[in-house]
Write a protein that binds this ligand. Structure first.
Ligand code: AMP
Ligand code: ZN
Length: 477
């Protein structure tokens, strides 16, 4: 199956051709560890994890690097306000980030470097940039000479003249050109600093990713990912630095995830509209968040709403109820052969995943599979039943849409039912009433179907008949 990836360098979907056949060198910009992560940050993290999983499921050997930015202005500012050492403060939040990532069912990356542990490589790269004529030093500060890099703006489709016209802030007098950016800055009191050929100081923001990518992946990468806000200037500057230092292409494919919006604005700390990952997960569980984040294609905006949330809860419940139910399925010994829908599910999912990482499309096939398997659950041959379990494992490995611990996911949702209604809802009982109502409707026993609806209503359960024939339910508070 040919993998196609939308490459932001060319703004087109292209056949993905890694430098070395079967191997992928993949870098994703990781979080700045100064505070707890919010569910907008979670989108960038889960999309990186999704690419990682999809590559693996399509048979690639992946070297996946996701960094922690643990040296940064925001960290220093926050640490100083708390009277804490900046590196210690960042180390605390690296651990908190790990907790959040685990709660989202993310696979470990191959390497997770920190800026504070990459100083020799950062300094060496700045030396190379200067030696190659792209960097200059003013008062202990090293700056990148942007006009020297002729293809600057190629990724973000900006040109230098346009950039200068767009500069509103007063231009730093040290800079030869308003777009020049800092590679190394001199130490200030109360800030972490490292020895360098230019005196004690610390790196600018962009150089870390160039240095870490080279350290673990080499000079040229196959894919680089980050949130869409990182395309300019961060990724543009990464390209300028790496190509100036290494003299060759930095990365062949660039992918950016769109924002998670809240009330049509980007969810961000500066706008004050954030929901922390752990606050969300405490109520709904990480699987619901993961599910919602991958149920929209990574290049489309995700508008957060009550409806999106309820659909996420409902779908996660449906998937995991089904997964547990399959454990009690028994093969029908009188049947043989493989059911065609079950047989075609993995390849249908792979086809979607190969189409620019379309996890939402793959999930669609998985739901068709669920409905079908439920409808023929007593007529599964041994081969079909074995394949049912294989499809579930594939959905888990390739997208994480199925959790590795379905019991925990359902237990969390059950807690949610209690929280919202004030009454203990027995999900199994509800499901069995819904099943009975379905049978009543098929046998045209309308009185019993209505009666069941009333029983559920009395339990504050609202049911909805979906156009695809499934029934969803929720607790009305
Ligand atoms: P920050 O902490 O703002 O540096 O963001 C860390 C990562 O999260 C970056 O890759 C951002 O692009 C991404 N990010 C931040 N806010 C959002 C959002 N609302 N939706 C999607 N990604 C986001
Ligand atoms: Zn980066």
């Amino acid at each position: 199956m040919t993998l196609k990836v939308f490459n932001n360098l060319t703004r087109s979907k292209e056949t993905f051709t890694p430098i070395e056949a079967g191997k992928v060198k993949f870098y994703s910009c990781g979080p700045t560890t100064y505070d707890f992560l919010h569910i907008g940050n979670a989108r960038a993290l889960v999309v990186g994890d999704l690419f990682h999983r999809i590559f693996k499921s399509l048979g690639y050997n992946v070297n996946f690097v996701r960094n922690y930015t643990d040296v940064d202005d925001k960290i220093i500012e926050r640490a100083n306000s708390l009277g804490r050492d900046a590196i210690e403060h960042a180390a605390i939040f690296v651990e908190e980030c790990k907790t959040d990532m685990d709660s989202l069912g993310m696979l470990p990356a191959t390497h997770t470097p920190k800026v504070s542990e990459t100083m020799p490589e950062i300094i060496k790269m700045i030396e190379d940039i200067i030696a190659n004529g792209y960097g200059y030093i003013v008062d202990g500060e090293v700056l990148y000479n942007v006009p020297m890099f002729k293809t600057y703006g190629n990724l973000s489709k900006k040109d230098l003249d346009g950039l200068v016209a767009g500069q509103r802030v007063e231009v730093d007098q040290k800079k030869k050109h308003p777009s020049d950016f800092v590679l190394w800055k001199p130490a200030k009191a109360g800030e972490p600093s490292w020895e360098s050929p230019w005196g004690k100081g610390r790196p600018g923001w962009h150089i870390e990713c160039s240095a870490m990518a080279k350290k673990f992946l080499g000079k040229t990468l196959d894919l680089h990912h980050g949130g869409v806000d990182l395309m300019f200037p961060h990724h543009e500057n990464e390209i300028a630095q790496s190509e100036a230092a290494n003299g060759c292409t930095f990365c062949n494919n660039w992918a950016h995830n769109e924002f998670l919006n809240f009330g049509s604005e980007k969810m961000s700390k500066s706008l004050g509209n954030v929901v922390r990952i752990r606050d969300f997960n405490e109520k709904y569980g990480g699987q619901v968040l993961r599910h919602i984040l991958i149920s929209v294609h990574y290049r489309a905006r995700l508008e957060w709403s009550e409806e999106v949330l309820n659909r996420g809860v409902d779908e996660v419940r449906r998937i995991h109820d089904f997964v547990l139910e399959t454990n009690s399925y028994k093969a029908n010994a009188s049947l043989s052969g493989i059911d065609p829908i079950i047989a075609g599910t993995i390849s249908a999912m792979k086809e979607e995943l190969s189409n620019d990482f379309n996890a939402a499309g793959a999930a669609g096939h998985f739901f068709v599979f669920i409905r079908h398997v439920k409808s023929i659950k007593d007529q599964l041959s041994a081969e079909s039943l074995k394949l049912v379990h294989e499809v579930i494992s594939f959905a888990n490995a390739s997208t994480g849409i199925v959790s590795s611990s379905p019991e925990d996911v359902l237990a969390h949702l059950k807690k949610l039912d209690k929280d919202t209604s004030g009454v203990d809802v027995d999900a199994k009982e509800i499901e069995s009433l819904i099943e009975e109502r379905k049978t009543a409707k098929t046998t045209k026993n309308w009185a019993r179907a209505d009666e069941i609806r009333d029983i559920l209503k009395a339990k504050k359960i609202e049911i909805k008949d979906n156009p695809d024939g499934t029934v969803s339910w929720k607790v009305n508070s």
